[in-house]
Write a protein that binds this ligand. Structure first.
Ligand code: HEM
Ligand SMILES: *[C@@H]1O[C@H](CO)[C@@H](O)[C@H](O)[C@H]1NC(C)=O
Ligand SMILES: *[C@@H]1O[C@H](CO)[C@@H](O)[C@H](O)[C@H]1NC(C)=O
Ligand SMILES: *[C@@H]1O[C@H](CO)[C@@H](O)[C@H](O)[C@H]1NC(C)=O
Length: 507
């Protein structure tokens, strides 16, 4: 009978078992006192009925996604249950869903250190590597420290660069009132301007004709788009992703990396030549060059650039197209905006002038409220922690968050709460910003230590493009195939499923 019955095995198994029991008991006791100390009470609402993997929620979520009603139905879950925080499941894991400003503040700011990004790197890692958008802890702090200085006002306010790309976009807008999809053009314009800003080389997709599909920049732009879609598939497949045949996705990532590496190499060469020549650097500001001054780790620079391009491109384009979708339905708002830009008499605004355009700002704020381009997000508890609200029968007591819980928060649902924004919360109404001074209940750019680095860049670019379009066109009319009923397209960001189809009348 050998080992199994030997007294040594017996003792060893006994010791292991008692250790396991002891540590479970200790965890239980520790948690009990933690819960008591923080006054936590259980969450009264659970959304999934099937308790183990939450198959019912998964099935419903997939259907919602396919019907393009993911966000609307998610908001409805809160309404139907009459709470702003509830328990559910996501891929076997316990999840807390919330649209409570105080809870969001706890996750992103007050208890920032209790959370990580969770398994974001599983889906984003192959394209982004370890960069700012994709890392946690020390690594993230280093990235943030490296990149932050590059987002100072002087660097992001290159309005002339924006105008060059804008003028190329103008050429693609018909002047005879025929239908154009602005969303498509906005996506081209933002990749052109972001690549110029980041790589010192623009993809110039707006300069291309239809037969330019095989030039290097066009190939990169397509590969980058493909690689982004691939992130979503990797996320859906989760730990089963290795079963997914995906040569095209891997090739796309390779193309993206090779493309950026070339510019990193060039910047390093140039920097080294300048150092050797002892030449002081007094040229214009170049993002990639600033990074090269700090580190010559090529992979690191490439990763950071890729991270920023991903964070900054679709988001800004989505803001523009979501906003223009609404503007095209509202001649009164268009007229008011045109009044605001009239004093410029057709010339470019300065940075200051742009920042002082109140009504324009209200429109951007309102678009980001109604259609936040990052409409939901989540964090992963890396230790036992607490949310301030959501426990107890009335949902007002603190709520215990065990280590390993996903806390998902929804700016979309939060931005549409009638108790926070009034009974007209679902309407596009820029005027509400005359008096609105929201705190954590308004969160298009995130908050706390990981607040969006590109907020000013995005608002400057979007504001600038809007001003230029207002100057060029006296009238905009929606030609939306669904009669102006906005439908969601939810990928990494949120834009309109039917694009932004309009007809424009030159001024
Ligand atoms: C309307 C446009 C934009 C919106 C709504 C937006 C929103 C956001 C949000 C919600 C996050 C937090 C993501 C998370 O932590 O899970 C974020 C992070 C970030 N954004 Fe933006 N963003 C926009 C444009 C930009 C632009 C133009 C850039 C750069 C040129 C940029 C660079 C970044 C970076 C680097 C981060 C990561 C910050 C960190 O983790 O420390 N964003 N953004
Ligand atoms: C993130 O993913 C990439 C590629 O999949 C990998 O090289 C990297 O080590 C990962 N980073 C962390 C912190 O796990
Ligand atoms: C930036 O681009 C310009 C124009 O293509 C080029 O002359 C210059 O060498 C580039 N600088 C760096 C640092 O890559
Ligand atoms: C608009 O939104 C920004 C942040 O996105 C905020 O700082 C500002 O206070 C909001 N309100 C107005 C009226 O600009």
């Amino acid at each position: 009978m050998g080992l199994v019955s030997s007294p040594i095995t017996f003792v060893a198994v006994g010791a292991l078992l008692s250790y396991l029991i002891f540590s479970r008991v200790q965890l239980y006791l520790n948690r009990r006192s933690f819960i008591k100390q923080h006054g936590c009470e259980p969450c009264p609402k659970r959304y999934n009925k099937e308790p183990i993997i939450g198959y019912d929620v998964l099935k419903e979520t997939i259907a919602n996604f396919n019907e393009r009603k993911m966000l609307e139905r998610n908001q409805k879950r809160y309404r139907d249950m009459g709470v702003n925080t509830f328990l559910t499941k996501i891929q076997f894991r316990p999840m807390i869903a919330t649209c409570e400003p105080e809870n969001v503040k706890a996750v992103l700011s007050k208890n920032f250190k209790d959370y990580s990004l969770g398994n974001r790197n599983h889906s984003f890692g192959p394209l982004l590597g370890d960069g700012i958008f994709n890392s946690d802890g020390e690594k993230w702090a280093n990235s943030r420290h490296l990149l932050r200085p590059n987002f100072a006002r002087d660097q992001i306010a290159d309005l002339e660069a924006f105008d060059r790309h804008f003028r190329l976009m103008m050429k693609k807008i018909p002047k005879d009132g025929s239908i154009v999809d602005l969303q498509h053009l906005f996506f081209q314009m933002t990749i052109d301007s972001a690549t110029e800003f980041l790589f010192n080389h623009s993809t110039d997709s707006l300069r291309m004709s239809e037969d330019d599909v095989n030039n290097e920049d066009a190939i990169f732009a397509r590969a980058f788009m493909f690689a982004q879609e691939d992130i979503i598939h990797r996320d859906r497949w989760g730990f089963l992703n290795f079963l997914r045949p995906n040569k095209e996705g891997k090739d796309a990532i390779k193309i993206c990396h090779t493309y950026v590496d070339k510019f990193v190499d060039q910047a390093i060469r140039e920097h080294q030549a300048e150092m050797a020549a002892g030449k002081a650097d007094n040229e214009r500001y170049i993002f990639i060059k600033e990074l090269v001054k700090q580190t010559q780790d090529k992979e690191r620079i490439r990763n950071e650039l890729m991270n920023i391009l991903l964070a900054g491109r679709d988001t800004t384009a989505s803001l523009l197209s979501n906003m223009f979708f609404q503007l095209a339905l509202r001649p009164d708002i268009w007229a008011k905006l045109r009044e605001e830009v009239a004093p410029l008499e057709g010339r470019l605004p300065t940075y200051e002038e742009l920042k002082n355009m109140k009504y324009l700002k209200w429109c951007m704020n309102e678009s980001l409220r109604l259609h936040p381009v990052v409409p939901s997000n989540s964090r992963f508890a890396i230790k036992d922690t607490v949310l301030p609200i959501g426990g107890g029968p009335s949902g007002t007591a603190p709520l215990f968050v065990p280590k390993g819980t996903v806390v998902s928060y929804s700016p979309y649902a939060m931005h549409r709460r009638e108790d926070l924004y009034g009974p007209d919360a679902a309407e596009f109404k820029p005027e509400r910003w005359e008096t609105l001074r929201p705190g954590w209940e308004y969160l298009p750019f995130n908050g706390g230590p990981r607040i969006c680095l590109g907020q000013q860049y995005a608002l400057t670019e979007a504001g600038f493009v809007t001003v230029r379009l207002l100057q060029a066109f006296s009238k905009i009319e929606s030609r939306d195939p669904k009669g102006g009923v906005w439908e969601e397209s939810l990928t990494l960001t949120l834009c309109s499923a039917n694009g932004c189809q309009v007809s424009l009348t030159p001024a």
